[in-house]
Design a protein around this ligand. Sequence first.
Ligand code: ATP
Length: 237
Amino acid sequence: MSDNSFLSVEDVTSGYGMIEVLFDISMEVEKGQFVVLIGPNGAGKTTLLRSIMGIVPPQKGRVYHSGDDVTDLNPEQMLQRNISYVPQERNIFAEMSVEDNLEMGAYSYEGDPEERLELIFQVFPILKERLDQEAGTLSGGQRQMLAISRGIMMEPELLILDEPTSGLQPNLVTDVMDSIVELQEKDDMTILLVAQTDQAIREADFGYLIRSGEIVLGTEGDKLLESDEVMDLYFGG
Ligand code: ATP
């Protein structure tokens, strides 16, 4: 673990029952960094996030947060450490209003939820217009904005996002990514994000390429795009 390490994954092997998915994964995220995970479908990116969050406990290896061993913590305990996880399945309560969804995101927040709402409305003004609407009736893009917003209501120190732009129309992909970067700057957040777009990679301070459950490359964001393998993955060569 480096001295600056905020989140550190050391030699983690993980999977589902007898199925091993990750093999000896080690990675670091420093405070304030924007770090991306990239790799082909099925490489294990989601499993890595789940292993960090305690949803899929590692079979081997350790996870550290701010120097504390958090390997055996459950997702709720990770949340209490101010780590927010926005999974790929847009995690919203469809039958509840947009406002109630946002308030639920702040249930353990000790600051002023109104200030958080103001920040969110600056970045996603559409949510302000839809506050009373049932979340399940939002468009896919709006649901994704709501899921991200719920994740930041608690003013997380670390925000973990799994493919936040998946399934969005191309024009929204750029908007949502821009918003995430804006939020990071406004909030001084650390971000770990499974990226699908070259824009996310360009924005990143650092990135890891995962293939078949192993990290095959870890380098600065702009250098990632110099890798042939990354170019193949995102631009087909
Ligand atoms: P994608 O980009 O498609 O989301 P990924 O890199 O996030 O892929 P994972 O979702 O972590 O990859 O999946 C890695 C491997 O683990 C795949 O072979 C997948 O089939 C398997 N897997 C994922 N979830 C489960 C599960 N609940 N039970 C058993 N195997 C699983």
